[in-house]
Design a binder for this molecule. Structure first.
Ligand code: NI
Length: 172
């Protein structure tokens, strides 16, 4: 399993609802956690590994304190998530494992509600801050929406040469 890089067409292909979450799906998710960790990421959506289904994973600190070095990380698996935007529009920097070397300011809602299936049951939570930002980023992947589309205009213009280089590299 490897992480697909922009502009791989599977990143923007339709993603199917997950009907069953059995041993095969569990094994794939375990592999996703592995490649995400190898890439130093905190979130990864199934289409980013060529699996076009509505599932993403996140690894978030137990306590939302960036200074707490020894904070335990918790793994989350979101299946068929539905996100409702609740907060104000805020701007914060983001990266994406499918866009190596790109880090830019993206516009998101400060607060969201997410309803999803997980391997241990249904969740329905309201969250804000970094988890809200990360969930919006990953849920976007399931709709084929890449973070370049959420960048503020000046940032989108700034990273365009890098995007062009990635597109050229794909043609070769
Ligand atoms: Ni991403």
């Amino acid at each position: 399993m490897e992480i697909l890089k922009y502009p791989d067409p599977r990143l923007t292909a339709p993603n199917a609802l997950i009907e069953t979450f059995g041993p095969e799906e569990r094994a794939k998710v375990a592999e996703m956690f592995q490649v995400m960790a190898n890439g130093d990421g905190v979130g990864l959506a199934a289409p980013q590994v060529g699996w076009n289904v509505r599932l993403f994973i996140l690894q978030l600190p137990e306590i939302a304190d960036v200074k707490a070095v020894a904070t335990r990380m918790i793994s989350f698996i979101f299946i068929n998530p539905v996100v409702e935007l609740l907060g104000e529009r805020v701007c914060a920097p983001e990266g994406c494992l499918s866009f190596p070397g790109i880090y830019a300011a993206v516009e998101r809602s400060s607060k969201i509600r997410v309803v999803a299936q997980t391997p241990s049951g249904r969740i329905d939570v309201v969250t804000e801050g970094f988890p809200a930002q990360a969930i919006q980023h990953e849920a976007d992947h399931l709709d084929g929406v890449l973070f370049t589309e959420r960048m503020v205009a000046s940032e989108r213009a700034r990273v365009e040469p890098v995007l062009q280089a990635l597109r050229n590299a794909r043609k070769d």
